[in-house]
Design a protein around this ligand. Structure first.
Ligand SMILES: Nc1ncnc2c1ncn2[C@@H]1O[C@H](COP(=O)(O)OP(=O)(O)OP(=O)(O)O)[C@@H](O)[C@H]1O
Length: 302
């Protein structure tokens, strides 16, 4: 059974479709990247999953249970982390998590042990100071601990890395990978390199519609039909020029580097033979994988 399923979900504001016939599903213990530019409809979709906004049409199921607008029953399956989580700054992280545990009706001893376990998981077990002095990265890690407090089978993170510096981002990405052992993660983002680093599956959202989805391998495979791009780097500019002169679909990308546009798969051995025959010493020969950023830019341009 899928952990999350959206079937033909639609939402308009003032007659303008913002989410348009959206369908996708997320398998348990995977990380699903929900990708889109600003205004693509990511937050609107998340709000509908959380039952905070009514869908005009379609169906949403969380852990096999149908989401109903205004009722929060299905939210017992969900942990939620926003882009900038808010806390009581005068508390320490341990005090804050224990309070959350008590609000969730945990016994005091359970709230204490669960808080300690999660603070260790997010690397805040030594942080015994008030939250108000925390960096954004530390707050995000605490938000992650809070979201995992009830052992939810689904963790939804709305742009969890957008406000962080590269180190903070890396920490949150690593935490999401760790969280995958205990839950299923859906995270929205416009940072495609984050998706490449940790996601099993992803969906590209554009103007409220999914323009491509699947495993990262499937998403990349669609482009590979055009054949690989190759980069060949030489030790001298003269060698690079000699090589480039042999190909019409070639251009220099640096003083001594040549890029060959989409090549037939069969052409690659011939190129290698030619390099050996002409005794052109090669510093680097690489098939370029398109980045998700390249793919997304292409799709959005149409
Ligand atoms: N309550 C509302 N009333 C009218 N329009 C809205 C409302 N909520 C969102 N919108 C519009 O719907 C579109 C999608 O917004 P949404 O917040 O879902 O996008 P997003 O993908 O999360 O973008 P961002 O990364 O900027 O948060 C935007 O054009 C936004 O202005």
């Amino acid at each position: 059974m899928n952990m999350l399923t959206l079937s033909h979900v639609c939402k308009s504001f003032g007659g303008r479709p913002v989410v348009d016939d959206l369908s996708f599903s997320v398998k348990p213990h995977t990380i699903f990247g929900f990708i889109g530019q600003n205004g693509a409809g990511k937050t609107t979709t998340m709000k509908m999953i959380l039952g905070l906004l009514a869908a005009d049409r379609g169906n949403i199921e969380v852990n096999g249970e149908q989401v109903a607008f205004g009722r929060t029953r299905t939210n017992r399956h969900i942990g939620y982390l926003s882009d900038v989580p808010e806390f009581y700054g005068f508390m320490t992280p341990g005090e804050y998590l224990e309070l959350c545990g008590k609000i969730a009706r945990m016994a005091p001893s359970q709230a204490r042990s669960k808080s300690a376990e999660l603070l260790k998981l997010v690397g805040l077990d030594g942080a015994d100071t008030r939250i108000q002095g925390f960096s954004r990265g530390m707050k995000q890690r605490l938000g992650m601990a809070q979201a995992l407090l009830n052992d939810p089978p689904l963790l939804i993170c709305d742009e969890p890395t957008s406000s962080l510096d590269p180190l903070g981002r890396k920490e949150i990405l690593e935490l999401m990978l760790l969280a995958k052992n205990r839950t299923t993660v859906v995270f929205s983002t416009h940072i495609l390199s984050d998706v490449e680093r940790i996601c099993d599956e992803a969906a590209f959202l554009h103007q409220g519609r999914i323009i491509r989805g699947g495993t990262l391998e499937e998403i990349r495979a669609a482009r590979r039909e055009d054949g690989p791009e190759l980069e060949v780097e030489f030790y001298s500019a003269a060698d690079a020029e000699r090589f480039k002169a042999r190909f019409s679909a070639a251009r220099m990308f640096s003083l001594s580097g040549v890029r060959l546009e989409a090549q037939d798969e069969e052409a690659v051995p011939g190129i290698l033979e030619m390099l050996a025959r002409e005794r052109l010493p090669v510093r680097r020969f690489e098939r370029l994988e398109p980045t998700l950023e390249d793919l997304f830019a292409e799709m959005v341009r149409g």
